[in-house]
Ligand binder design. Structure first.
Ligand SMILES: *[C@@H]1O[C@H](CO)[C@@H](O)[C@H](O)[C@H]1NC(C)=O
Ligand SMILES: [Ca+2]
Ligand SMILES: [Ca+2]
Length: 134
């Protein structure tokens, strides 16, 4: 009887740990990041776009894509400590030799469901991305 109670206690603790693990593994995954018709400099050169992204307390920067007004960033970006309700901010930048140019930005609140599709205007162009919330 005592052994049976002990087993029940152990399985209860395991369940509690598992639910905590599940909670702490909440994550936001950004994917399908791309933009259209981004502007370059006054001389008519195409931009070299990259993204600065904040989600919850984390920050990530993408690679820059050389000489491209319609960039696509392949793969996904996982923010493992970002949760629903946190702020998501994305800045679009043009890489230059000296002073990078800030082309546009988005700020929003991370939603509750997966398969979110977001777009925002960047000058006379636009930026698109999707994200899942776990
Ligand atoms: C693309 O951007 C240029 C300015 O850089 C603008 O004149 C043009 O209308 C834009 N094209 C579209 C389809 O929005
Ligand atoms: Ca540039
Ligand atoms: Ca510049």
């Amino acid at each position: 009887m005592a052994v049976f109670d002990h087993l029940r206690l152990v399985s209860l603790v395991v369940l509690m740990l598992a639910s905590q693990l599940d909670f702490s593994s909440a994550a936001v995954t950004l994917y399908d990041l791309h933009a259209n018709n981004l502007s370059g400099d006054a001389a008519g050169n195409r931009p070299d776009p990259y993204l600065k992204i904040w989600c919850g307390g984390s920050y990530k920067e993408t690679n820059f894509i050389s000489n491209n007004a319609n960039p696509q960033w392949s793969g996904s970006l996982i923010f493992s400590s970002c949760n629903q309700g946190d702020r998501l901010k994305i800045e679009v930048w043009d890489k230059d030799v000296k002073y990078d140019d800030h082309l546009g930005w988005y700020s929003g609140t991370v939603g509750t469901r997966s398969g979110n599709h977001v777009s925002f205007s960047v000058g006379s162009g636009a930026m698109f991305f999707s994200y899942n919330v776990k």
